[in-house]
Design a protein around this ligand. Sequence first.
Ligand SMILES: Cc1ncc(COP(=O)(O)O)c(C=O)c1O
Length: 260
Amino acid sequence: MASGLACIDGVLLPALEARVPVTDEGLIRGDGVFEVIRLYDGRPFALEAHLARMERSAHGLRLPLDVDAVRGDIEAMLAVASDGDDLVRVLATRGGRRIGLFEPMPAARASYTLGRVTYAPVRVLDGIKSLSYAANVLTSRIARERGFDEALLTSPHDRVLECPTSSFFAVTDGVLRTAPLSDHVLDSITRRVVLDVAEVAEEPITVADLEQIDEAFIASTVVEIAGVSRIEDRELQAPGPLTSDVAARVRAHIAASLGG
Ligand SMILES: Cc1ncc(COP(=O)(O)O)c(C=O)c1O
C-alpha cells in the first residue's frame, strides 16, 4: 500500500518525510486550492473535471498554477498506487508548492442524519475550492456535538445550501431539487453528474420547504450518493425510491466513464 507516500513538486517520498516551510501562506492563511479525487481500482474518476475546477479555483484566487504539472504529479502517484489508496488529495499553496497525498476512504455510512447549522458563504470565494476549510469542518463538529452525523448548512436568510463536504438534494412533490450555484454552493463534480443523469430543478430550497420533503440525499466524490434518514427531528425514508434510482444511475455513469 502506497498510502504512506506523498508527492511534493513532482517528487515522490514517504509522507512522513514530506516538508513544506512553515512560512508557506497555504499553511499560515489557508491561501491555496485543493481537490480530492476518487480512485476506483486505481483509476481516477473525473480527473479532468477535477483539474479544470482546480485551475478555475487557482485563477479565482489569483494563484499561479501549472495544471499540467499537477496532472503529472497525479500520474506519478497513480503509477505506484496500491489497494487501499482510495483517494488522491492534491493541494497548491501560495508558497508555490504542489502537494499530493493518498488517503483511504472514510468508513462508509448507509445513510446520514443532518442537523441544521447557520452558515454564510464567503461570497468572494464563490467557485473557489480553497484550503480555507475551517468553517466547513467546524459546522460538521457542531452538528456532531448535537448528535447528528453531518451538518446541513442553511443561510442566515433560511436558504438550504449544502453540507460541509457534499451537495444536498431533496424531493418534494416528486420533483428532485438542489440549490442553484447562485446560492453560493460548490460547483460539485458529483452534483454535475446528478444533473446529467436525472431531471433536477436547480432552484432555491428554503428551511420551510424541509417540512414538505419526501426524501433527501447527499452527493460527493467520497460518498457518491447517500440517503438522508433524518433532518433535525423529521424522519425520512433512506434511501427513498428516487435516491436509489439516482444512486444506481450515478454508479452506472462512473462505471461507464471508467470504461465498464
Ligand atoms: C462544500 C462542498 N460541497 C460539495 C462537495 C462535493 O463536491 P464533489 O462532488 O466535487 O466532491 C464538496 C466536496 O468537498 C464540498 O466541500
